[in-house]
Write a protein that binds this ligand. Structure first.
Ligand SMILES: C[S@@+](CC[C@H](N)C(=O)[O-])C[C@H]1O[C@@H](n2cnc3c(N)ncnc32)[C@H](O)[C@@H]1O
Length: 234
């Protein structure tokens, strides 16, 4: 189902084409700003040093790159990758003062980046959108240096039944909120479906293991609304 959803040619690209200029605003509306906390938690777990390099895939407008960069006063070298030109352009505009951040138009499944080149690979709310998760994870493994670490922040499966009921009721309103804030409801119908159809925490852990990541594990945030998965390349 997950893969069927994305096989529709160009669907994901057109979703982000429709929302790119109000993407950040809508994130705040939908999550009541909690996505900022989730992203800060991701960076807190990574705990980067000044010399660490990062490739942030499905970077959107560069939230993760900015947070990673700010930890060490913009000394880290960062490459932001996205396959949507409009999202990249928004990111570049927004982070134009960050000279340590470079931008690349590429697909998560085929990055066109040399092997063994980064200390960290992050993908935040992006893996779910890729057509072939295994391929994206193999690419992540390839571009990481030995000793490098993979991190994925993604919507996941809620662990508490009451919270799940509450969340599902709220989700039904998201397309309507999208219509008001962005002027489009379709991208947000896609969003809800893609979250429902995505793998759970244990399944994603197994996918990481199958693709050679060492000690794959995860941490739930907000009761499992999202989780942060990680694994080492050794
Ligand atoms: C929900 S946004 C997340 C943006 C950002 N990482 C964040 O956390 O705010 C998803 C992004 O993934 C990008 N994306 C989706 N599929 C992709 C793929 N196969 N390769 C590269 N980028 C992709 C979209 O263009 C979009 O910018």
């Amino acid at each position: 189902m997950q893969q069927n959803l994305q096989r529709k040619k160009g669907l994901v690209k057109s979703v982000f084409d429709a929302v790119y200029n109000k993407y950040d605003l809508m994130n705040d509306f939908m999550s009541f700003g909690v996505h900022r906390y989730w992203k800060r938690e991701l960076i807190r777990l990574i705990n980067p040093s000044a010399n660490d390099t990062l490739v942030d895939v499905a970077c959107g407008t560069g939230d993760i790159a900015k947070l990673f960069s700010d930890v060490n006063q913009n000394q880290s070298k960062i490459l932001c990758v996205d396959f949507n030109r409009k999202m990249l352009t928004e990111g570049k505009k927004r982070l134009k003062n960050y000279k340590n951040i470079k931008w690349k138009l590429s697909n998560a499944e085929n990055l066109y980046i040399p092997s063994n080149s980064f200390d960290f690979y992050t993908i935040s709310f992006g893996l779910r959108n890729t057509k072939n998760i295994n391929k994206s994870i193999r690419e992540a493994y390839r571009v990481l240096k030995k000793g490098g670490r993979f991190f994925c922040l993604e919507f996941s499966k809620i662990q508490n039944q009451n919270l799940e009921i509450l969340y599902k009721s709220y989700s039904r309103f998201i397309p309507a909120i999208g219509k008001i804030v962005v002027g489009e409801s379709k991208p947000y119908e896609y969003l809800i479906k893609s979250i429902e159809n995505f793998v759970n925490q244990e399944e994603l852990t197994q996918i990481l293991k199958k693709n050679k990541f060492y000690k794959p594990g995860y941490r739930n945030l907000s009761g499992g609304i999202v989780s942060i998965h990680s694994g080492w390349k050794i």
